[in-house]
Design a protein around this ligand. Sequence first.
Ligand SMILES: Cc1cc2nc3c(=O)[nH]c(=O)nc-3n(C[C@H](O)[C@H](O)[C@H](O)COP(=O)(O)OP(=O)(O)OC[C@H]3O[C@@H](n4cnc5c(N)ncnc54)[C@H](O)[C@@H]3O)c2cc1C
Length: 259
Amino acid sequence: MLNGEIISNDPLKSGYFFVRFHAPEICATARAGQFVHVRIAGLGQYILRRPFSIHSTDGDVLSVVYKVVGNGTEQLSRLTPGTVCDLLGPVGNPYTPPADDEIPVLVGGGYGSAALYLLTRTSKQRGVLLLGARSEADLILHDRYRDAGFDVRLATNDGSVGYKGFVTALIPPLLEEYAGKKLRFYGCGPRPMLLALARQLIELGQPGEISLDHLMCCGVGACFACVVKVRSDDGNGWKYARTCKDGPVFDARDVWLED
Ligand SMILES: Cc1cc2nc3c(=O)[nH]c(=O)nc-3n(C[C@H](O)[C@H](O)[C@H](O)COP(=O)(O)OP(=O)(O)OC[C@H]3O[C@@H](n4cnc5c(N)ncnc54)[C@H](O)[C@@H]3O)c2cc1C
């Protein structure tokens, strides 16, 4: 548990904010897919922390991109530079970095484009970002991937930009285009998108990991409030795993795919 002083906390668009904390200890070890469990200043000492994926680390500065959806994020959006929040982190099981000969294909929706960003730093190959949203207005951060040299492809439900339809529809043509290359998929976004992605990867025999978003309490594996069903270690049955400690990142083949 560490003090993180807010350096800036600015609106992006469509209810998203970009907050930067001074958090040198967390930055020193943070890996893609991990998160910080934030006690939001002013929310009350006995109110639960809120989990947010680590978007980026730049020196001693840790950034998080969040959407205002309720009391906690509303309060966070009101905090001004100089306010100190108690941060627990980095927490969770990170993504497996791509091997040197693997092209990372990042598949995101919602705040997924924030959570996948650190993978742009661990890849030797030029990666691909497939980003989906309801409409152009809901797409965030894709320019940062372009700046990092990624090939960015967009999909929107209403067709306002990119492919009209679900982001997972971009995968089959990508596989044709990259035939003979080794790809590794990474997903983060709304649960229906992740389940569709996991099913598709299994059908296509492609390796990949997804980050599950689950309501959580302690964040350190003690309370078992965030369990999800995953394949057992011998591969023949199912067991319960804690999203906060055993996840949030799981192999796509190991996740229970029923809703
Ligand atoms: C590992 C992990 C990483 C996350 N990373 C990010 C991130 O980078 N950016 C971001 O914007 N959000 C992220 N989230 C979701 C974020 O934690 C919640 O949106 C936040 O806790 C909501 O707090 P609140 O007090 O504003 O909303 P509440 O008042 O608690 O809830 C408002 C509404 O949001 C729903 N909600 C709350 N928490 C979640 C959740 N975890 N998943 C789905 N719905 C939820 C509630 O059911 C309710 O309908 C992450 C969640 C997890 C588990």
